[in-house]
Write a protein that binds this ligand. Structure first.
Ligand SMILES: NC(=O)c1ccc[n+]([C@@H]2O[C@H](COP(=O)([O-])OP(=O)(O)OC[C@H]3O[C@@H](n4cnc5c(N)ncnc54)[C@H](OP(=O)(O)O)[C@@H]3O)[C@@H](O)[C@H]2O)c1
Length: 324
């Protein structure tokens, strides 16, 4: 009798901007093993088929529909019995969280708490994805925020993510919380993330405002996914900052994105407006500088974290060429 293969990785939130890349990266790691040593990769969310498939063959990653804040999560977890869970499920938009703090609490705090308890009880590995926006009330030392800096969020989103981190680590001391920076890169044509959303706005003839006073250490989303998949197979615990190697303002990043999309330097100021968060009325919920210091992560990663210019150059022949 053939034994069903075990689920090696469950990507919760696998239909999202990041989660779709994490599922692809996890599958890539499985595919690199001998066939009889490969585990199953499962992508789960409320509408799992909504996400793009960045993996080959198209059915390599199994899709499971589940509302992770509903009562069915325990049954799904018990049935799948994954060795690892990477939690990318989130209420991820700042404005949505301001409007609906109860949902932010359910998805960003209570869900990871539940996952951590489940993983601790079953001996499963949990990697929980968090954000640089757990900071923001003050600026970091030069080099960026380190893991031991106390969270000081300024938005409902950031505060809920900080409480989610604490809930995970108190329920499962073996779990890893990975704080990611602003992500850009391929969203599978969905205009998600810092580059595709900008490109889509420019294509639509808008002249979006990019902030000169918002500093980040941006990272390509597939690069972040590779790092998460590697860390999921490690035993690193606690908090880890996985940011990009270069600190940039949103205007600088936007200009790099548009240059990679084939726009000329002279055109850039006509395509986007450079402004401040105050001018846009967003200074209260969008931090000025949340650069992450990635020194600790580099001790544990073999994946190279690329600077935006290099990551965008790698993509320039693909998605970005489609801008008129
Ligand atoms: N994007 C960034 O620039 C960025 C930066 C730093 C950190 N992060 C972190 O990275 C993680 C992923 O962010 P993202 O940008 O990929 O967000 P996203 O595109 O909004 O994806 C969120 C995912 O969560 C799923 N989800 C939401 N509610 C759910 C529920 N009740 N049950 C099951 N699944 C649910 C969504 O799928 P369904 O709608 O199908 O349920 C989707 O797959 C988050 O933890 C975020 O804080 C993102």
């Amino acid at each position: 009798m053939t034994q069903a293969r075990a689920v090696s990785t469950l990507v919760l939130g696998g239909s999202g901007f990041l989660g779709a890349h994490v599922a692809a990266a996890a599958w890539k790691r499985e595919r690199s093993r001998p066939e009889d040593a490969r585990g199953r990769v499962v992508s789960a969310s409320r509408e799992p088929a909504r996400g793009p498939t960045f993996w080959q063959p198209r059915d390599a990653v199994e899709l499971v529909g589940v509302d992770a804040t509903g009562g069915e999560l325990e049954r799904v977890l018990d049935e799948l019995a994954p060795a690892r869970i990477v939690c990318c499920a989130a209420a991820s938009r700042i404005s949505d969280c301001e409007r609906d703090p109860a949902r932010a609490e359910a998805v960003n705090v209570e869900l990871p708490r539940y996952l951590a308890r489940w993983c601790a009880a079953r001996g499963a590995r949990l990697v929980h994805v968090s954000t640089d926006l757990v900071f923001g009330a003050s600026s970091p030392a030069s080099g960026g925020f380190v893991e031991s800096d106390p969270p000081a969020p300024i938005s409902v989103y950031g505060a809920s993510k900080a409480r989610g981190e604490a809930a995970v680590l108190s329920a499962d001391p073996h779990a890893l919380v990975v704080r990611l920076p602003l992500l850009f890169g391929d969203s599978g044509g969905r205009a998600l993330g810092a580059s595709d959303s900008l490109v889509a706005a420019v294509r639509a003839g808008e002249q979006p405002m990019l902030f000169r006073d918002e500093w980040r250490t941006p990272l390509d989303v597939s690069n972040a996914a590779e790092a998460l998949s590697e860390l999921a197979e490690s035993h690193v615990a606690g908090i880890l900052h996985v940011g990009g190697p270069v600190r940039l303002s949103r205007v600088e990043l936007g200009h790099l994105v548009l240059r990679a999309a084939g726009k000329k330097s002279a055109e850039l100021y006509g395509l986007v407006r450079a402004g401040t968060r105050s001018e846009a009325g967003l200074a209260a919920t969008r931090p000025c500088d949340v650069a992450l210091d990635t020194t600790r992560a580099l001790e544990h990663l073999s994946v190279t974290l690329l600077a935006p210019r290099e990551a965008l150059a790698r993509r320039a022949a693909g998605l970005f060429r489609t801008i008129p």
